[in-house]
Structures are given as structure tokens and as C-alpha cells.
Design a protein around this ligand. Structure first.
Ligand SMILES: Cc1ncc(COP(=O)(O)O)c(C=O)c1O
Length: 448
């Protein structure tokens, strides 16, 4: 069956999503409230979700392999989170005055994440990452930020470079400006580094060391380079060179925080950053993210004193909705569950189960795939070479990956094109055995 035939079947199964899309696109560009939610020919619109499953407007049921981009680590409509949110409805529905839950949450986070001695909250991952960058610029009084090619560090201007596109050579990538509306002037202060390439990354950092305020990286990449982990020796080398040059090392753990381990990738890989930004899994599905680091750094550039020097020494970090009581209540409920110590080892073991089995299935089907990821994150690339960075990923067969996703979707499994799987506590071996059986059929059908 060709991709066109698969699309026809998709359209037959989803007429209500199709008509919703026709209405929605009159008011919402592409019928969605965020470009990443759009897919061709139109997205499926969800109706309800529970456990590891959701239903669309047409009543089709799906096993969700992405769990709201990883936010529902306990599962959709988790009872503990719902209860906490219901209880929080009695508290004031605003957060401009400081309140008790924000301290309770801050204390829990700082106890769980060793590098975060102090933390501040934000409304989204993008905002949390942006604020950590701002703090690093203020602290070091330097002007450049180094980021890795293919890494997505949120939607703010400075980091929206070399995410979906690349430029320069593998050894010496240069910033690729590709989204409209991002100022060209961005490029002057961004240094692009090759991921998982010790020699060239270290050489570039050394060359620009006096100007670099921070090196930011996703220890396991999420959405522009689905599920590619850093090599441990690479991470150690980046830690070493940044320490030697007094550069702030920031882990963008919006996806990996409270997922790979309570202390995020920093704990999982046992390599400590200076700052971390965390979001998704922390949130239980409600809008909240956080960033933080050593007390000395946070006090120097984040903590206000209400003295005139604030205007020259401190960053501006605030927001009407930051640490909203409802989001804090949801996060506290999530962390209380994670602290019991069962969830993360369980979902990590499911990740191992999936990677091992998909590799075996692919071998039997004689289908050259690379199964990437670690912990509860994985992805399938149609490639006969290892995937270590964006350039490797761009050489994989994108058409086959599209067909793979569409065949899964038509069999009730949601793992969109080019996106990572992010498992949850609500997934069972039975759910995943069904997913594996469909993957087996699919890999046997995809022509190699
Ligand atoms: C690694 C990473 N950083 C930052 C962000 C931005 O987070 P948000 O979408 O909450 O703004 C994302 C979102 O997917 C992400 O994957």
C-alpha cells in the first residue's frame, strides 16, 4: 500500500477530524494553536484521554506513545494529579502574591535535583530555558551562547537557530537561520557546536572561550532530533572544557528532567551541570517549568534586593502566572508519586524492553533501522548508519519514517512522524506488546 493509499484510509477513519479542521482553520492558522500540532493532511483532534490512551472526535482509540510531549508521565487523567488540582481550586486563582505551594514545590525540586540549590518557576519550557540563558549572560558578563546543531531549546529568538536546518561543515557548523521572523543579528552571538563530537566541540569552545557565557545542550534530544542521547565521554569532555573556561554549562532538561531520573540527565549520566531547566514531566500536564542552579549564581543575578544596583546586576524574571497555585498543586502531586521510587525505574525498564525488541524485530525483518534513546525515550530511524547527531538523522530515510507513523496510527498507535516515544507509568507490557506486534507487521511491509 502506498503512502497515498494510507492517507486515504486515514481520511476514511477520521471524517469528524476533517470537518473540525475545516472549521478550525478559519480562526486558527492551520486549524491548530501551535505549529507543531499540525500534520498533513489535517491533524486528528482529541476528545478524551485516560491512562495511556486517548480517543479522537471520530471515536478512534489510540495508545499514546508521546503522552502530551512527555508531560503525562503518570498517565492521562491521573487520579492523584486530578485530586490535587480539584483541591487547589479552593485557593486563589492567581499567583502574583507569593504563596505556600510555590515554596513546597521549590523545596521538593531542590531536594531532588542536586545542581539546583535555588529554583525559579516559569510558565513554559521556552521561558525557563530563556531565563537560564539570561542568568548566564548576566553572571559571566560575556556575550555568546553556544548551542548544539539540531537541538531545540525552546521558541525564543536566541536559540531558534540550527534546529531544523544545518549550515557549514560537520566539523565546523555555522548558525543556520531558518524560521522567519528571527532577527539576523541573532547569529552574531550564537556559536553552533557539533553534537557528540568531542574533538571539534572542544576546539570550538576553546577558540571562543573568552566570549562564551554558556554552553546549552539537551543531554538526550527531544523534538528536532528525536531521542539521541549524548555519549557519556562527550558530556564529560564538555563539562571539563566549560569548567576550565568558567563557562556556565546548562542542561536543557525540559524533556529529560524528572523523566530519566529525579535529578534528570545530570543524575542519570552522573555529570553535573551549572544550571538546569526542567518542564514537561514535572508539570502533570499543567503549565509550569523551572530553572535553577547554584545558590551563589542565583543570588548574584536573580535574587532582587530592591536597590538601584538591581537594574544593572540582576536579570528581570517575573510573570503574572509564574508558579500558579493550580500548576504547583499538580506538580507537587507528580513529585510525590515520583519520590516513591517506582515510576522512573518502571518506565526506564519499558524503554529497554521496547529498544531491545524493536531491534530484534528489525533484524528478523531484515529492515535496517536504528533504535535510539535511553530510559523511557526512544525513536526508530530508517538508516543503516548510527544516529549520533542531526546530520546523521538527516541522512535517514524520512519517507519510510512517515509511512511507519501512518501505519501505526491506522492501527491505533500514536507516534507521529519524526517524534520521540515518551513512555509513562500508565503503559503496560500488554499495551507495548500490541505496539510491538504492529511494529513487526509494519517493518515487514515497509520495502527496504
Ligand atoms: C528540549 C526542549 N527545550 C525547550 C522546549 C520548550 O518548551 P515549551 O514548549 O514548554 O515552551 C521544548 C519543547 O518541546 C523542548 O523539547
Amino acid at each position: 500500500m502506498s503512502l497515498n493509499e494510507l492517507l486515504k484510509e486515514y481520511m476514511q477513519k477520521t471524517p469528524k477530524s476533517a470537518s473540525h479542521y475545516e472549521k478550525a482553520k478559519a480562526f486558527l492558522p492551520a486549524g491548530v494553536s501551535g505549529s507543531a500540532k499540525f500534520s498533513k493532511p489535517y491533524p486528528i483532534y482529541m476528545k478524551s484521554a485516560s491512562g495511556c490512551k486517548f480517543s479522537d472526535l471520530d471515536g478512534n482509540n489510540y495508545i499514546d506513545m508521546m503522552m502530551g510531549n512527555g508531560v503525562c508521565i503518570l498517565g492521562h487523567a491521573n487520579e492523584k494529579t486530578r485530586e490535587a488540582v480539584k483541591n487547589a481550586l479552593d485557593s486563589p486563582a492567581f499567583s502574583f502574591l507569593a504563596h505556600e505551594r510555590e515554596l513546597m514545590l521549590a523545596e521538593k525540586i531542590c531536594t531532588s535535583v542536586p545542581s539546583m540549590e535555588m529554583v525559579r518557576f516559569a510558565n513554559s519550557g521556552s521561558e525557563a530555558v530563556h531565563m537560564s540563558i539570561r542568568a548566564a549572560l548576566a553572571y559571566t558578563k560575556r556575550k555568546k551562547i553556544a548551542k548544539f546543531e539540531g537541538h531545540f531549546n525552546g521558541s525564543f529568538d536566541l536559540l531558534l537557530t540550527s534546529t531544523a536546518k544545518i549550515d557549514g561543515t560537520p566539523e565546523n557548523p555555522i548558525p543556520a537561520l531558518h524560521w522567519a521572523g528571527v532577527p539576523q543579528s541573532n547569529l552574531e552571538n550564537v556559536l553552533i557546536l557539533p553534537f557528540n563530537d568531542i574533538e571539534n566541540s572542544v576546539a570550538l569552545i576553546k577558540k571562543h572561550a573568552d566570549d562564551i557565557a554558556a554552553v546549552i545542550l539537551e543531554p538526550v534530544t527531544g523534538f528536532m532530533l528525536a531521542s539521541v542521547p549524548c555519549d557519556i565521554e562527550f558530556l564529560k569532555a564538555i563539562r571539563k572544557i566549560t569548567s576550565e573556561n568558567e563557562i556556565i554549562l546548562i542542561y536543557d532538561e525540559i524533556v529529560t528532567g524528572f523523566r530519566l531520573a529525579m535529578g534528570g540527565a545530570a543524575e542519570y549520566f552522573q555529570v553535573k551541570p551549572d544550571m538546569q531547566a526542567m518542564g514537561k514531566a514535572l508539570s502533570g500536564g499543567y503549565p509550569i517549568a523551572c530553572f535553577g542552579g547554584a545558590k551563589e549564581l542565583m543570588e548574584k543575578v536573580v535574587t532582587p534586593t530592591r536597590e538601584p544596583s538591581d537594574l544593572t546586576e540582576k536579570i528581570f524574571q517575573s510573570g503574572t502566572f509564574t508558579a500558579h497555585p493550580i500548576s504547583c498543586a499538580a506538580s507537587l502531586a507528580v513529585l510525590q508519586e515520583l519520590e516513591k521510587g517506582e515510576v522512573i525505574p518502571y518506565i526506564n525498564s519499558l524503554g529497554d524492553y521496547m529498544r531491545t525488541n524493536i531491534e530484534e524485530i528489525a533484524k528478523k525483518a531484515n529492515c535496517p533501522v536504528q533504535v535510539t534513546g535511553c530510559g523511557s525515550m526512544f525513536n526508530v530511524y530508517f538508516s543503516d548508519h548510527a544516529i549520533k547527531n542531526k546530520r546523521d538523522a538527516m541522512k535517514a530515510d524520512a519517507k519510510k519514517r512517515t509511512e511507519f507513523s501512518m501505519r501505526l496510527l491506522l492501527n491505533g498507535i500514536y507516534l507521529p512522524d519524526g517524534k520521540p516515544a515518551l513512555l509513562s507509568y500508565a503503559h503496560t507490557k500488554k499495551d507495548l506488546d500490541y505496539v510491538l506486534s504492529v511494529i513487526e507487521q509494519t517493518l515487514n511491509m515497509i520495502e527496504t
